[in-house]
Design a protein around this ligand. Structure first.
Ligand SMILES: *[C@@H]1O[C@H](CO)[C@@H](O)[C@H](O)[C@H]1NC(C)=O
Ligand SMILES: *[C@@H]1O[C@H](CO)[C@@H](O)[C@H](O)[C@H]1NC(C)=O
Ligand SMILES: *[C@@H]1O[C@H](CO)[C@@H](O)[C@H](O)[C@H]1NC(C)=O
Ligand SMILES: *[C@@H]1O[C@H](CO)[C@@H](O)[C@H](O)[C@H]1NC(C)=O
Ligand SMILES: *[C@@H]1O[C@H](CO)[C@@H](O)[C@H](O)[C@H]1NC(C)=O
Ligand SMILES: *[C@@H]1O[C@H](CO)[C@@H](O)[C@H](O)[C@H]1NC(C)=O
Ligand SMILES: *[C@@H]1O[C@H](CO)[C@@H](O)[C@H](O)[C@H]1NC(C)=O
Ligand SMILES: *[C@@H]1O[C@H](CO)[C@@H](O)[C@H](O)[C@H]1NC(C)=O
Ligand SMILES: *[C@@H]1O[C@H](CO)[C@@H](O)[C@H](O)[C@H]1NC(C)=O
Ligand SMILES: *[C@@H]1O[C@H](CO)[C@@H](O)[C@H](O)[C@H]1NC(C)=O
Length: 741
C-alpha cells in the first residue's frame, strides 16, 4: 500500500506498473477501457462507481513519464521551503518520536525519490509528514478515482471501561433501533489480520499526528458526519477524508468474535468522464497532464446538512459549523456549544452570531454549566478561535502561542517589499462607499503578515521595521526563524483577516466585558481531531483560562491520550497564495522595470512555473504549514506541534455515543460536575464532587425535556447516512488557517 506523501504518492502508483506486470487479462482489452464501459452504463448516476480492483488496475496501467515526474519533483521544491518545521520533523524531540510519530526527513526523501526517478527505479513506500497543513496530492492520486469500502465501522467500549473493539456500524444501528434480540459481535480479524493491528496501521494514512486521534478518524463519528462533504465523513476506513486516496484492496473480509465471517466488495468513485478512454495512456493524456478540468462547484445553496444523532438545537449555523444545545431532565443545568469547525467557508459572521446568540440564551435560561464540544474540528479562520475565547473570557490574556516562520530569502524579500509599499498609504478600514483603491491596498498589502505593522512582538509592542520583525531571531537545527510575533487584536484591519468580524472586547465590540461562565463551569471535549485554529483555541482555553480538556476514544490501549491531536502550526499557506504573493512582489511592488528584473533573478524567480498546479488534484488545496506556534516563556522555542500534551481525562466511546451525541455530553457532564467519573485515565481534579444542581425544573425545562424525549423516540436507523462523499471543492481556501481533511 503506498503511504501518502505529497507529490511522491503519485510516483508510487506509477511505480507499481513497473514493479508488477498487470493482471489485465480478465478485462479483455484494458482495465481503463473496462472502467469506461462500466461508467457508460451508469449515465443516471452523478458519481459512477466501479470495483476498487478495476480502478486500481486502471490507474496503475497509466504509463510512467520520467520527464514529467522529474518536473513535478523539482517543481515542489520552492514551496516545500515554506514549510516551517522540516528540521523539526527530521529531528523531533524524543517524547514526540516515542509517543506521536517517528522522524521523517522531507528533503532527504525528496532527494531519494528524485534519484530514483532519474535512475529509473521507483520506490513504493513513502512516509507521511503527519502535518495536516502539509498537503500535496497529485492528480494521479486525487483526480481519477476515490476509493471506498461499503462498510463504515465504529470503535466502542462495551461498558465505557473495557478497551474498545471495532463493530460494523450498521450492526450497531440495528441493535439500537431494530429487533431487540440482535446483539452485534465485534470484528476480530480484518483481511486475516488482528483487527486492532490492522486498524492501527490503517489509521496512519490520516492527516493528524496523534495516533489516538488518527485511530478515531478511522471510524464513523456523528460530529464528522454532521459536517457533510467538508468533513472526514464516515471515517477513513470506509473511504472518507484521506481514506479516499488509498487503495483498500479488492475486498474487505471480517471475522467476527461470534465466529461468522463477512466479505465486502470495495469500490471506487469515478471522478472524471471516461468517454472515449481505451487504455492507461488515454487516462494519462486526459487526467494527468494538466491543465486541470474545472471542478464542478458543489451546490453551496444553504440547504441544511443533516446532523444525525444531534438533538433539536437551540440555535445552529446552517452548515452545522456551530450549534447550541441544551440537555434534559437531571442535566437541565447544562448547555452545550458544539463547534465542529472554525469555518472554512464564508460564514464567519454567522458563526460569531450563533455563538453570541447561544451564550446569551443559555445565560437567560439559567444554564450553569457549559460543554464546548470541538470533536471533528479541523480548524478554519484563526481569528474566530480568538473571538470564541474572548466571548468566554473577555478579561483574559489576549494571545495564544507566539508565531514565527522560516526566515529565508523569499520571505525576507516579500516582507521588505510589502512593508515598504504599506508605508505609502494610510492603514485604515475602508467601507463599501469609500475609496476602493485604498480598500484594495489595505486588503492586499497592509493587512498581510509581510507588513511588519500587522503584528506585535512578544511584549505587545509594535515592530519598528521589517528587519525588526524578520530577525532572524533564532537559528535551530540549521534553519533560521523570524522573531516571535502575535496578533494585534486592536488592529483596525482585523476584519480583513477574520472574514469580516471584529473580536469581542476590541474596536466596536469593546463594550463586551461580561464573562458568561466561570472557568470551572466549562469543560471542552475533543476526539483528538482538533487541528489548526482548534489548537490555537485550545492553547487559549487551557493555558490562559485553565479550562479542563476531555479526550474521547483512542486506540484500544490503557492510559491517557492527547486531546489535541491535529496540526498545531498556527497558519497554513496554500501554494497558490505563495505563488501569487511572490509574483506580485516581482511584478507589482517594483519601483522600476530594472528592479523587477533584479527581483526575478532572486529566489522569487522560482515561483513562475506552473507544473505543480497543473499536476495537482482538482479541488484539493496544496498547503504548507507556514507558522509555528511557540508557547509563552519557552526560550527553547519548541514548536507546539512537537509538544506532547495529555488530556485531563479520557472517556471511551460506547455504542450509545455513536448514535446519540447527547450520550457523550452526559458522560462529560457526569465526569465534570456530576460526581460520576467516566474517565478511564486522568481525572478532573476537584471536579469530582457533585456540582450539578438537582434543581426544580422550570416550565421551559419541562417543555424542552419533553421535546428531547420525543426526538429520541423518533430516531431511526435510516436517519444515519452510511455513505458521505468527502468533497473539498465545497471549501473556499484562503490564507487564513484552514485545514483540509
Ligand atoms: C511526458 O511529459 C512531457 C512533459 O514533461 C511531455 O512533453 C511528453 O509529451 C510526455 N510524454 C508522453 C509520452 O506523454
Ligand atoms: C427483525 O428480524 C426479522 C428477522 O431477522 C426481520 O425480518 C425484520 O425485518 C427485523 N425487524 C427490524 C425492525 O429490523
Ligand atoms: C455474528 O455477528 C455478526 C456481526 O455483528 C452478525 O452479523 C451475525 O448475524 C452474527 N451471527 C450469529 C450467528 O449470531
Ligand atoms: C463610509 O466611509 C465614508 C468616508 O470614508 C463615511 O463618510 C461614511 O459615513 C462611511 N459609511 C458607513 C456606513 O460607515
Ligand atoms: C484613494 O486612495 C489612494 C491610495 O491612498 C490615493 O492615491 C487616492 O488619491 C485616493 N482617492 C481618493 C478619491 O481619495
Ligand atoms: C520583552 O521584554 C523583556 C523584559 O523587559 C526584554 O528582556 C525583552 O528583550 C523584550 N523583548 C522584545 C522582543 O522586545
Ligand atoms: C541563517 O542566517 C545567517 C545570518 O543571517 C546566515 O549566515 C545563514 O546563511 C542562514 N542560514 C540559512 C540556512 O539560511
Ligand atoms: C495595534 O493596532 C492599532 C490599530 O491599528 C494601532 O494603533 C496600534 O499601534 C497597534 N499596536 C498596538 C501595540 O496596539
Ligand atoms: C455594545 O454596543 C453595541 C452598539 O455599539 C450594542 O448594540 C451592544 O448591545 C452593546 N453590548 C453591550 C454588552 O453592552
Ligand atoms: C514593474 O515591473 C513590471 C514588469 O514585471 C513592469 O511592467 C512595470 O512597469 C514595473 N513597474 C514600474 C513602476 O516600473
Amino acid at each position: 500500500m503506498p503511504r501518502l506523501f505529497d507529490a511522491l504518492a503519485g510516483l508510487s502508483f506509477a511505480s507499481v506498473v513497473l514493479a508488477s506486470p498487470l493482471q489485465q487479462r480478465q478485462y479483455g482489452a484494458s482495465p481503463c477501457a473496462a472502467v469506461a464501459a462500466s461508467v457508460a452504463t451508469q449515465s443516471s448516476v452523478a458519481t459512477p462507481t466501479v470495483p476498487a480492483q478495476l480502478a486500481y488496475d486502471c490507474i496503475t496501467s497509466v504509463p510512467f513519464n520520467q520527464s514529467a515526474a522529474l518536473a513535478l519533483v523539482d517543481g515542489v521544491v520552492p514551496y516545500f521551503k515554506w514549510q516551517s518545521n522540516t528540521v523539526w520533523l527530521k529531528d523531533p524531540p524524543a517524547e514526540y518520536a516515542e509517543k506521536v510519530q517517528p522522524a521523517v526527513d522531507i528533503w532527504g526523501e525528496l532527494e531519494t525519490i528524485r534519484g530514483k526517478v532519474v535512475g529509473g527505479e521507483y520506490d513504493s513506500e513513502y512516509e507521511s509528514t503527519h502535518d495536516g497543513h502539509f498537503v500535496y496530492v497529485p492528480d494521479s492520486v486525487g483526480n481519477v478515482f476515490n476509493f471506498a469500502r461499503p462498510v463504515p465501522i465504529v470503535s466502542v467500549s462495551s461498558d465505557g471501561k473495557e478497551l474498545p473493539k471495532a463493530y460494523v456500524y450498521a450492526d450497531v444501528l440495528a441493535e439500537s433501533f431494530g429487533n431487540a434480540t440482535f446483539t452485534s459481535s465485534a470484528i476480530s480479524k480484518i483481511n486475516g489480520e488482528n483487527a486492532k493491528d490492522y486498524l492501527e496501521k490503517w489509521a496512519q494514512i490520516g492527516s493528524l499526528q496523534d495516533r489516538d486521534a488518527l485511530y478515531n478518524n478511522v471510524f464513523y463519528e456523528l460530529a464528522t458526519v454532521s459536517l457533510g462533504p467538508v468533513g472526514s465523513g464516515i471515517g477513513t476506513f470506509a473511504g472518507s477524508g484521506r481514506g479516499r486516496w488509498v487503495y483498500p484492496g479488492a475486498t474487505t473480509e471480517f471475522v467476527f468474535e461470534n465466529g461468522t465471517t463477512a466479505k465486502y466488495d470495495n469500490f471506487a468513485r469515478v471522478l472524471g468522464s471516461f468517454a472515449g478512454i481505451t487504455d492507461g495512456e488515454g487516462v494519462y493524456k486526459k487526467f494527468l497532464t494538466g491543465p486541470q478540468p474545472t471542478p464542478t462547484p458543489s451546490a453551496t445553496s444553504p440547504t441544511p446538512i443533516p446532523a444525525p444523532g444531534y438533538p433539536p438545537p437551540v440555535v445552529r449555523e446552517i452548515h452545522n459549523l456551530i450549534g447550541g444545545y441544551y440537555l434534559e431532565d437531571d442535566y437541565s443545568d447544562v448547555a452545550v456549544l458544539s463547534v465542529p469547525s472554525f469555518v472554512g467557508i464564508s460564514a464567519q459572521a454567522e458563526f460569531q452570531a450563533t455563538a453570541v446568540t447561544f451564550l446569551a440564551a443559555a445565560k437567560a435560561a439559567g444554564k450553569k454549566k457549559l460543554i464546548v464540544d470541538v470533536q471533528a474540528n479541523g480548524g478554519g479562520t484563526i481569528l474566530l478561535g480568538y473571538d470564541l475565547y474572548k466571548l468566554l473570557f473577555p478579561d483574559n490574556i489576549d494571545h495564544a502561542a507566539a508565531d514565527r516562520f522560516r526566515a529565508f530569502e523569499s520571505t525576507d524579500l516579500i516582507g521588505q517589499k510589502f512593508s515598504e509599499a504599506a508605508g505609502t498609504f494610510p492603514r485604515t478600514l475602508v467601507n463599501e462607499t469609500g475609496n476602493q483603491t485604498l480598500a484594495e491596498l489595505n486588503d492586499d498589502i497592509a493587512s498581510s503578515v509581510f507588513n511588519y505593522r500587522t503584528d506585535v512582538d512578544v511584549n505587545g509592542s509594535n515592530f519598528d521595521s521589517w528587519a525588526d520583525k524578520f530577525g532572524p531571531g533564532i537559528n535551530q537545527k540549521g534553519d533560521n526563524f523570524t522573531n516571535l510575533f502575535r496578533w494585534n487584536l486592536s488592529d483596525v484591519l482585523i476584519p480583513l483577516n477574520s472574514g469580516g468580524i471584529f473580536i469581542h472586547g476590541y474596536g466596536p465590540l469593546a463594550n463586551y466585558t461580561q464573562q458568561p461562565f466561570a472557568a470551572e463551569d466549562i469543560v471542552v471535549v475533543t476526539d483528538g481531531y482538533c487541528a489548526s485554529t482548534c489548537t490555537i483555541f485550545s492553547e487559549l482555553m487551557r493555558q490562559r483560562a485553565g479550562v479542563k480538556y476531555i479526550s474521547l476514544g483512542g486506540r484500544p490501549r490503557e492510559g491517557i491520550t492527547q486531546a489535541v491531536g491535529g496540526v498545531k502550526g498556527t497558519n497554513d499557506f496554500p501554494w497558490t497564495y505563495i505563488q501569487a504573493i511572490a509574483q506580485f512582489t516581482v511584478e507589482s511592488l517594483n519601483s522600476s522595470v530594472a528592479e523587477s528584473i533584479q527581483l526575478k533573478s532572486t529566489e522569487l524567480g522560482e515561483y513562475f512555473d506552473d507544473t505543480v498546479f497543473k499536476r495537482a488534484s482538482v479541488g484539493q488545496a496544496l498547503n504548507v504549514n507556514f507558522r509555528d506556534g511557540i508557547r509563552d516563556g519557552d526560550t527553547a522555542e519548541t514548536p507546539l506541534q512537537f509538544v506532547y500534551e495529555p488530556a485531563d481525562c479520557r472517556i471511551l466511546y460506547t455504542k450509545a455515543m455513536t448514535v446519540d451525541v447527547t450520550a457523550i455530553w452526559k458522560a462529560v457532564s457526569d465526569s465534570a460536575w456530576g460526581g460520576k467519573s467516566h474517565c478511564v485515565a486522568g481525572e478532573l481534579g476537584g471536579y469530582k464532587t457533585i456540582k450539578m444542581a438537582k434543581r426544580e425544573m422550570t416550565v421551559m425545562d419541562r417543555v424542552f425535556s419533553k421535546r428531547m424525549h420525543a426526538w429520541r423516540r423518533d430516531l431511526r436507523a435510516e436517519n444515519y447516512p452510511l455513505d458521505v462523499f468527502t468533497d473539498e471543492t465545497a471549501m473556499e481556501v484562503a490564507g487564513d488557517g484552514l485545514m483540509p481533511v
